[in-house]
Design a protein around this ligand. Structure first.
Ligand code: RTP
Length: 148
């Protein structure tokens, strides 16, 4: 079953939005397969965002991600990478639809509270980086009520 990496960024943690964000993935029917509160240092943040290293905002992005604890998660379910991005909303909260996490809870791109993998391939790479011991292996008893 497909898995994605979701991270609540330092502003999401500081603003007390951890529960609000988790509930949206839980209520949708996705399964939590990994969860930890952690701080990351600059080399780790730079590795996570290595594809963006040539962007003008790279320095401020690394400052932001290392500015406080983040919540790292693995979520599992059919189509969870794409649907997870839909639940999160557009990168710029001003363009995120109401009902999405960023559309409801954030205002500017540089404080957009959450990250979600943008492809199955990135998800695998990010899960390996953030969860070197891998996901927790369990299956919800609700599985037959969520999938036919
Ligand atoms: P994420 O990786 O965090 O889920 O975000 P994303 O795919 O929606 O956006 P991406 O283009 O990969 O950018 C990663 C993060 O960098 C910050 N950013 N700042 N100031 C800017 O123009 C700018 N553009 C991007 C955001 O925190 C964005 O989520």
């Amino acid at each position: 079953m497909e898995q994605t990496f979701i991270m609540i960024k330092p502003d999401g943690v500081q603003r007390g939005l951890v529960g609000e964000i988790i509930i949206r993935f839980e209520k949708k029917g996705f399964s939590l397969k990994g969860l930890k509160l952690m701080t990351v240092d600059r080399p780790f943040a730079e590795k996570h965002y290595e594809d963006l290293s040539s962007k003008p905002f790279f320095g401020s992005l690394i400052e932001y991600i290392t500015s406080g604890p983040v919540v790292a998660m693995i979520w599992e379910g059919e189509g969870v990478v794409k649907t997870g991005r839909t639940i999160i909303g557009a990168t710029n909260p001003a363009q995120s639809a109401p009902g999405t996490i960023r559309g409801d809870l954030a205002i500017v791109t540089g404080r957009n509270i959450i990250h979600g993998s943008d492809s199955v391939e990135s998800a695998q790479k990010e899960i390996a980086l953030w969860f070197p011991d891998g996901p927790i292996n369990w299956q919800s008893s609700l599985h037959p009520w969520i999938y036919e």
